[in-house]
Design a protein around this ligand. Sequence first.
Ligand SMILES: Nc1nc2c(ncn2[C@@H]2O[C@H](COP(=O)(O)OP(=O)(O)OP(=O)(O)O)[C@@H](O)[C@H]2O)c(=O)[nH]1
Ligand SMILES: [Mg+2]
Length: 180
Amino acid sequence: MATEHKILFTGTMGAGKTTAIAAISEVDPLRTEVRNTDTSVVKATTTVGLDYGEVTLDNGEKLRLYGTPGQKRFEFMWNILSRGALGLVILIDNSRPDPLADLDVYLDGFRELIAEAACVVAVGRTETHPVPDLDAFAQRMEAKGVVCPVLPANVTRRDDVLQLLNLLLLQLESRTAVQP
Ligand SMILES: Nc1nc2c(ncn2[C@@H]2O[C@H](COP(=O)(O)OP(=O)(O)OP(=O)(O)O)[C@@H](O)[C@H]2O)c(=O)[nH]1
Ligand SMILES: [Mg+2]
């Protein structure tokens, strides 16, 4: 029987949550975009509620995809959107001033979800901003006792986003495999 999973995308403003969901959703994505008045990020619109999309994988598994808003003032949405999620994708924008500090914010903010769900860290804009490298992110997670795969991803590419989801599902499968 086909199964369904809720997957949550998070990350800083402009990291690409809305873009990632739009890249793979097979339904017209639900967006809550408004005109962006935050001049620190050059972008026409920003998400003020959530993003939502759906995708069915080749194996028949249906994923319900949710995206958080990136702006700090919407942090209260994190717990609401975390409920029932089985996987978390943390999108890092490597062109920001301190991407490792950004990672810390999401590792801390989603600590409970990460402890019980699968997670993956996707580093974007690595072509133009290769530093910090993937090792630096892995070390940062290790320092916090978190084990998540970290890989480069350009969320404008459908295949990159699908790869992130497959990594999450692999973690979920290996967990169920060891349960009695
Ligand atoms: N070249 C390049 N562009 C990227 C990459 N990742 C994201 N982008 C671009 O960055 C922008 C991200 O915008 P959104 O998808 O609105 O970002 P968001 O995370 O939903 O932002 P908020 O809702 O405002 O928090 C888009 O224009 C993407 O095309 C990347 O790895 N490479
Ligand atoms: Mg958005």
